[in-house]
Design a protein around this ligand. Structure first.
Ligand code: CA
Length: 407
């Protein structure tokens, strides 16, 4: 049955319509799909059935062509999809083109071009500073309030939700150890983040200004930046994260278009430092750059944290402006992570590093104590945002199970 009569308040109702790429179970044919309730609409087949001009963007095995098409096309396609799933005459024509989510495989919905990860939560940065630099006068580094700190990661190891994550091996050396040892990480962690997906490229040598964020960024998704803390701690000085992060980054199968999140836009926290003009979003004509996304982190079905994205100090627009201010260009499919989302309270921290204070305070889970992740642990990120008329906008989950290489 097509999902036209969803329960009132379904977070994946016609106000949401996130995009993904699916294939019917057992089939190799990939198609752009749009989620409605617990079903996915074959969007390309729907466009063809209705004689829509958007068939060229939707009857594809990837979101790439739609991402590259730009803001006007994004809005037009979304308006068309909304009509198809809400206007009875259209509904009739597409009723046979829905698949239950339980009958499809979901794939990485676009080819990830470049991948950048930021560090935009002041709470997270202060917690990490207190854990690793307890004697420092300020838990923030001197640059933190002046620029969104980030690094370039490994796009080829971005994986879709549901992909197992193999515990990485590498070098580690505790401060008291005489020499490093090699072996599987014993401090495997998560970072609950939001990923932003770039659609429209930019020209090499031309920075993208704060005001052009929505011309380039198509949408967002939940992201888990798996992190091996022991490998990271030994390798990161002086060039930053490397093998402790590059083994896997999980993203949701569903990309939520920015157009579905209009009601979730909020002002970021008050700035405590004057910003250079290219990052200054204090002017009244700059649209609010924050998003009110309520994230949950669960381990083996038990919620361990509820990080609020609205608490992030740096916005996605500022991150895009900073990432390109040197003239670096954007490509369709670029993905950038917000950085670990941690709120001000202990129950809002987005990593086990912070939740257990680097392993000092174990979490009590129904299946035992946890400091860092054990083999077999299943981590699930989920989130929702305020939508129109009090309805929630659901974000696609990010689920990953930790396995060892010989499993
Ligand atoms: Ca991160």
């Amino acid at each position: 049955m097509p999902p036209f009569d969803l329960p009132e308040g379904d977070p994946f109702g016609p106000h949401n319509l996130p995009y993904g790429v699916f294939s019917p179970s057992g089939s190799a044919d990939r198609s752009v799909g749009v989620r409605l309730g617990d079903h996915v609409l074959d969007a390309g087949a729907a466009a063809a059935a209705l004689g829509s001009p958007y068939v060229s963007l939707l009857a594809r095995p990837s979101l790439g062509p739609l991402l590259a098409a730009g803001r006007t096309a994004w809005s037009d396609v979304r308006r068309a999809l909304t009509a198809w799933v809400t206007v009875p005459a259209h509904q009739e024509a597409i009723a046979g083109l829905f698949h239950p989510l339980s009958s499809v495989d979901l794939h990485l919905p676009f080819e990830v071009a470049d991948y950048v990860d930021f560090y935009a939560s002041e709470n997270h940065a202060r917690n990490v500073g207190q854990i690793f630099r307890p004697d420092a006068a300020d838990s923030l580094t001197p640059n933190w309030k002046h620029l969104p700190i980030g690094y370039h990661g490994r796009s080829g190891t971005v994986v879709v939700s549901g992909t197992d994550v193999v515990r990485p091996s590498g070098q580690r050396k505790a401060p008291a150890d005489a020499a490093p040892v090699f072996g599987p990480s014993v401090r495997l962690d998560i970072e609950a983040e939001v990923g932003f997906v770039v659609g429209v490229p930019s020209e090499l040598g031309r920075p993208v200004g704060l005001g052009d964020f929505r011309e380039h960024v198509f949408g967002l998704c939940l992201l888990n930046d798996w992190s091996a803390r022991d490998i990271q701690a030994w390798e990161y000085v002086p060039l930053g994260p490397f093998l402790g992060k590059s083994f896997a980054t999980s993203v949701s199968a569903w990309i939520t278009p920015l157009d579905a999140l209009e009601e979730a836009r909020v002002a970021p926290p008050e700035r405590t430092h004057e910003l250079l003009p290219y990052l200054d979003d204090s002017a009244s004509d700059v649209e609010p750059g924050g998003y009110d996304l309520r994230i949950s982190v669960a381990i083996n079905g038990h919620v361990v944290s509820e990080p609020p994205f609205s608490s992030m100090y740096w916005t996605a627009a500022q991150q895009l402006a900073h990432m390109t201010v040197n003239g670096a260009s954007l490509r369709t499919g670029d993905l950038y992570g917000s950085g670990t989302v941690s709120g001000p309270s202990a129950a809002e921290r987005g990593s086990l590093l912070e939740l257990t204070w680097n392993g000092r305070d174990a979490l009590e889970l129904p299946d035992g104590k946890r400091t860092f992740l054990e083999d077999g642990d299943v981590v699930a990120l989920s989130a929702w945002a305020p939508g129109p008329d009090g309805v929630r906008v659901g974000l696609g989950d990010v689920v990953g199970r930790v396995v060892s290489r010989d499993v």
